[in-house]
Ligand binder design. Structure first.
Ligand SMILES: [Zn+2]
Length: 606
């Protein structure tokens, strides 16, 4: 770098490398923002967080976090970070957007969160915390860093949803609770923080505006949930960078994550179940109280914190360069010991939460609500002729879309706690026919045909997509057509809410999670009866089974708004490939629940 002064080189680094910018300009809870902590002699400072006294102001929080540095400096247009909780990735992401706003004049950045509350929380606490501790950021947002008052000639914009920074750069904070979050915002960078908890397809609205930007950066950051969904949808298509660590004894490379739970060894205990090993006498990074240690799977020798610190990012699929993926796990956080990790496994109780939050991997396991075997056990091929059955209290459930999916069913004549599925069908946009220069709406005409064909008493229809369609059907079948609303996406697992019918308004409010769970249970318990003619319908094998086996129960831990206590919530998610017949079956169940309740049905539906 001939011809440049040291200061010029430093300034250049601060501007071009977010990790240098973050260390130079920001703090983390009063401590320096650091990736590496060295002793005066240049060796790694390997003290545990609790061994560092609060007086040592110049020590970064959590000591060593080398794995976060390259991720932050990586300026790939599309990064996907599949992460565990409490690994520092979100703090990194905040700094990336602030650095971008600071160093890219006239840019606009959108930060998206699952809910409005989280938007406000983040904007108020995280951003303001960085501002409070950074004279530079404060000044670039238009305030005098000393007095805290607005600078002369500046007009700071810093409300919860919009902040101005640097040279006319804008930071938007938005909720991803509806797919429309991105409409009408120009953006150069969009960050989806906790993308797995947002409305599906929330990213679509952003794609248009990103593609017209000179940058078009996108960041998916989340603890994962299901395979192929949310952050995992982009991560699995990425180059999949893993933190590879090398055994100092035998040279074996490992990611830990691929071997988990192998690679963790339980230490010996005495007959009172107290740790009884002498490893702490040999290795200074093992505590006498430790119950577990990390070991190399090849040579079986213990793995030190230092080995985990000295990892290196390597892609599993280097040729997949469209998306840069980073897998982050608490297994590679040197400040979390094997004993602490296994204690979390015991505390979380639910395998899914531990795998998602601590290990940072997707989880399917026991979360599938209906299996193919459950559905096949519901088939009764001795029922071969629909005209043998007397039609009684037939109901319809329809999930609207560009393709709509419908199911008709009625209480079983021989067993009122069971339901016979009479018909399944789909309707496509392309089925529209033009007569006298006018196009009909096949979704409405075909559904009306089904109402008449089965002499349906009541139909429950998707309210989200089908407002106009529902209104038209109501004109033809007054008192029989109802729109189904889901006020909440997720539910605390202990709540029990009845369907709220409003006959006058032709609508029903339903607890989405609970209703889908009841519907799924009905399949598992064989309360749906599927006759031969439905089994023979080509849609049965290709879509019906697929959609129903695609719905999955996902649990999350959230903080209760009022009590501030952690509560487990449940929501129903969908695996790639659609879940439309599951929702149609749910609408049908809602209708039947109502009709059998007031008509002496079985007790299951209550
Ligand atoms: Zn080894």
């Amino acid at each position: 770098m001939e011809g440049f002064s040291r200061q010029e080189i430093f300034d250049y680094q601060v501007r071009t490398r977010p990790s240098i910018w973050a260390q130079f300009h920001t703090k983390l809870r009063g401590k320096p923002y650091r990736f590496e902590q060295l002793n005066p002699d240049g060796s790694l400072d390997l003290r545990k967080p609790f061994q560092i006294s609060p007086q040592e102001q110049n020590i970064g929080l959590r000591g060593q976090r080398q794995f976060l540095q390259q991720m932050l400096d990586d300026q790939h247009p599309y990064k996907s970070e599949q992460k565990s909780r409490q690994c520092g990735a979100s703090e990194n992401e905040v700094r990336e957007v602030l650095w971008f706003a600071d160093t890219h004049p006239y840019s606009s950045i959108v930060y998206v969160f699952p809910t409005f509350d989280q938007v406000a929380d983040f904007s108020k606490t995280r951003i303001e915390e960085v501002m409070r501790e950074s004279p530079h950021v404060k000044s670039r947002m238009g305030y005098d860093p000393k007095t805290g008052k607005k600078k002369q000639g500046e007009d700071p914009v810093d409300n919860v949803r919009l902040r101005k920074m640097g040279d006319n750069s804008w930071l938007y904070f938005r909720s991803g609770s509806t797919p429309k979050a991105g409409e009408g915002i120009p953006c150069d960078v969009v960050v989806f923080d906790e993308i797995d908890r947002m409305a599906p397809n929330v990213m679509i609205a952003f794609n248009e505006t990103l593609s017209s930007s000179a940058y078009g950066w996108r960041r998916d950051v989340s603890t994962p949930s299901l395979p192929g969904v949310g952050v995992n949808a982009s991560f699995k298509d990425s180059d999949q960078q893993h933190w590879f660590m090398k055994c100092p004894h035998c040279g074996h490379w490992t990611t830990m994550i691929h071997d988990f739970p192998k690679g963790i060894e339980q230490l010996t205990v005495d007959r009172h179940d107290r740790p009884n090993h002498n490893l702490h006498l040999v290795y200074d990074w093992v505590q006498g109280s430790d119950r577990y240690i990390y070991i190399c799977l090849k040579c079986k020798r213990p793995i030190s914190d230092e080995m985990r610190i000295n990892g290196t990012w390597q892609p599993l699929y280097p040729h997949r360069d469209r998306i840069r993926g980073y897998q982050i796990s608490q297994l590679m956080c040197p400040w979390i010991s094997a004993s602490q990790l296994m204690q979390k496994k015991a505390d979380y109780k639910l395998e899914q939460l531990f795998m998602n939050y601590v290990i940072g991997l997707t989880y399917l396991g026991d979360n599938i609500m209906v299996s193919k075997g459950d559905i096949l056990r519901c088939c009764d091929t001795s029922l071969t002729n629909p005209y043998d059955l007397r039609r009684d209290r037939v109901c319809l459930g329809v999930d609207w879309g560009n393709t709509s999916w419908g199911i008709a069913g009625m209480p079983h004549p021989d067993n009122p706690s069971k339901v016979i599925i009479l018909d399944i069908w789909d309707v496509k946009d392309e089925e529209a026919v033009t007569t006298d220069g006018r196009k009909n709406n096949p979704h409405i005409t075909r559904t009306a045909d089904k109402m008449r064909q089965w002499d349906a008493r009541r139909g429950v229809f998707d309210a989200g997509y089908g407002k106009d369609r529902n209104w038209e059907l109501m004109q033809v079948f007054p008192g029989k057509v109802f729109s189904c609303f889901y006020p909440n996406l997720s539910t605390t697992s202990t709540k029990n809410v009845d369907d709220q019918w409003s006959e006058d308004d032709a609508k029903v409010n339903v607890d989405r999670t609970l209703a889908l769970k009841l519907m799924a249970r009905a399949f598992r318990e064989g309360l749906f009866v599927i006759p031969a003619w439905v089994v023979l319908n080509p849609l049965f094998e290709t879509f019906f089974i697929k959609h129903l086996t695609n719905i999955v129960l996902i649990r999350d831990i959230e903080e209760d708004e009022k009590t501030k206590k952690e509560i487990i919530t449940e929501r129903v998610g969908c695996m790639p490939g659609g879940d439309h017949f599951a929702h149609a079956a749910n609408y049908l169940s809602i209708a039947l629940r109502k009709i059998t309740k007031s008509g002496g049905g079985g007790d299951f539906w209550v």
